[in-house]
Design a protein around this ligand. Sequence first.
Ligand code: BT5
Length: 317
Amino acid sequence: MKEKTLKILLENKGEFISGEYISEKLNISRSAVWKHIKAIKDEGYAIESVTKKGYKLIDYPDVMESEIIKSKLKTNIIGKEIIYFETIDSTNDYAKKIAKKSSEGTIVISEEQTKGKGRMGRFWHSSKKDGIYMSIILKPDILPNDAPIITQIAGLSVVKALNKLNVDAKIKWPNDILINNKKVCGILTEMSIEIDRIDYIVLGIGINVKTLDFSEDIKNIATSILKEGYNLNRLDIITLVLDEFENLYLDYINTKNKQIIANMCKEYSALIGKDIYVIQFNDRKRAKCIDINKEGNLIVQYEDGSIKELISGEVSI
Ligand code: BT5
């Protein structure tokens, strides 16, 4: 009943809602309503109570619980189902376990990860309540070869959301988001293929929102939104990212227009026109980044003048 009381307050944020209305709606006594409101206040929600007017939710703490996220989302499929954890090993691993029986758009989110994963067995620093650690289950009707576009769409939704919140973020091909040339977000796309079609994709997104302490090995390359001077709510970021993601994703699924995605990736790219290093095995080669083509591949020109298309891999600035 406490959750239901909170839901009513969230649906009417900024407006007074009478104790009588809540008690009738939930079929509980007025004193039970009062008890739930008190418990909700104790969790950090700012609620104004005025005699005869009732209760008004003014602000909520930066919690990521399913109902709160859902109440702010404008999406139709992404986040219809949200599975929330206080702690988990990896949201991607959990999402893979439930993907087959879950509907498209289901999200797994956790306040922390004890074994957050990057690509190729690397780790993802996921300290408690500092970041957004989530995985989205997708079942797109596209060819497995086109799956990298989902990573690009995810990257775009993060940069677009951050830019809307006045954070100057850019995409570093293929799967990093940077602020001031430091990594603030990473994306890990995993998929299961059956014969020649995608069974499901698990799209993992990790965003450092309030992290201030990174381990020694990454402290020079990693940053957080707060560390760069922007004090934002995780809740505002996640809802905006998911709204952006659904728009871009559904547009792509309906039109299959890769050029639009590639153009946006170029617009927000941290690399185009820059001198970069292409890292292959233990080799670092200087190159100029000249384009992102329709397939979302990076076009670079090496110092000997040769032009190459990079399909996947690692580059550094
Ligand atoms: C990535 O891998 O950037 C993908 C990260 C995906 C994380 C999300 S969180 C939700 C979901 N569940 C998971 O278990 N994972 C996903 P990659 O490009 O391989 O980069 C990993 C490298 O980034 C590491 O080797 C470190 O050098 C660095 N790194 C680790 N944690 C970081 C952090 N929090 N911020 C910035 N850099 C980090």
